[in-house]
Design a protein around this ligand. Structure first.
Ligand SMILES: [Zn+2]
Length: 318
């Protein structure tokens, strides 16, 4: 007798849109759709919107509740995943909101699991993306800040009350650059896109003869600027080298603490591809404890993009 196929509902809850998908056991998103979150109408309305979207997705695939293992959801904010509670979510204006229970009730008692959205994306990459098959993996997102999701022995490592690790706020330079968290010298204060932009602007201000001024003004600086000019302009190269050196230092700390199989990089800066990965791998191989004698920690770039949220949400139930 053919075994019945299992499906999962994955939900990526954002402040503006709720994205949802039906995911199969192999990690294929077989159907997806999105609806406005309607945050301003309050949490009960958002819970209703999630349930209606989930029903719509299941109807479209002619699935009944018996065909679906459960509903997993990534939520932006501080999440107590074991209790299914949103402790705090600024974008959604929620405090102490038991969203999992509410959605479960609306879905006739369906199993509902939630977790922080960055952690969910890391889980998606570990199950189905660039770190597929990895039991131990750390995903570092280089954006406005530096975020992290940790998979240890195949499970999300979330810490007490699943508050999550803040690897971006480990200090790599004592008394260094001011960080948004209040400390000085954090990994994030050197390795975020924000830090890269700050350092590029500083270099331009200090060197009026820099080729980087071709972009027009300091307002035009992005995380790409220094990388674009690094081969022609020594000041740009200096910015990139400084950035890579500090990023590699932070990654070596991550590698020494967790000894993952893969460190996955996500976020806008990753558009640099091999310009980023190759020099970082070289620096990491040199700095990691035991060097060539220890197991290699590979640096790779995340590959699922926007799908990571839906796949990771489904993976919460796998
Ligand atoms: Zn900090």
């Amino acid at each position: 007798m053919e075994q019945k196929k299992k499906y999962y509902v994955g939900i990526d809850l954002g402040g503006t849109f709720i994205k949802g998908g039906i995911v199969d056991e192999a990690g294929e998103i077989v159907y997806s759709d999105k609806v406005p979150t309607e945050t301003e109408k309050g949490g009960e309305r958002v819970a209703m919107n999630i349930a209606v979207l989930a029903d719509t997705l299941m109807d479209a695939m002619h699935l009944t509740k018996d065909d679906v293992v459960g509903l997993g959801m990534g939520v932006p904010g501080m999440i107590d995943s074991k209790a299914g509670n949103v402790i705090f979510a600024g974008n959604l204006q929620w405090k102490d909101f038991h969203i999992a229970e509410k959605v479960s009730t609306l879905m006739g008692g369906m199993k509902v699991k939630i977790a922080n959205d960055a952690n969910v994306a890391a889980l998606g990459e570990a199950k189905f993306g660039a770190a597929k098959g990895c039991e131990n993996m750390v995903m570092i997102t280089l954006g406005t800040g530096v975020g992290a999701g940790i998979i240890a022995e195949g499970m999300l490592l979330e810490g007490n009350k699943s508050a999550g690790a803040e690897l971006g706020h480990s200090v790599i330079v004592m008394d260094g650059e001011q960080c948004s968290c209040g400390r000085k010298g954090c990994f994030e204060a050197y390795s975020s896109a924000t830090a890269l932009i700050r350092d590029t602007r500083r270099a331009m201000e200090a060197h009026r003869d820099s080729d980087m001024w071709e972009i027009g003004s300091l307002d035009e600086v992005t995380g790409k600027t220094a990388f674009d000019y690094k081969d022609a302009d020594p000041y740009a190269k200096e910015v990139v080298d400084h950035y890579l050196k500090h990023l590699a230092c932070g990654l070596a700390n991550v590698a020494n603490i967790f000894r993952p199989e893969i460190i996955l990089l996500g976020g806008g800066v990753c558009a640099q591809g091999n310009n980023l990965v190759k020099p970082l791998q070289k620096l990491l191989d040199k700095e990691i404890f035991a060097g060539e004698l220890g197991p290699k920690v590979k640096i790779r770039i995340a590959e699922l993009g926007n799908s990571a949220g839906l796949l990771g949400a489904a993976a919460l139930l796998m």
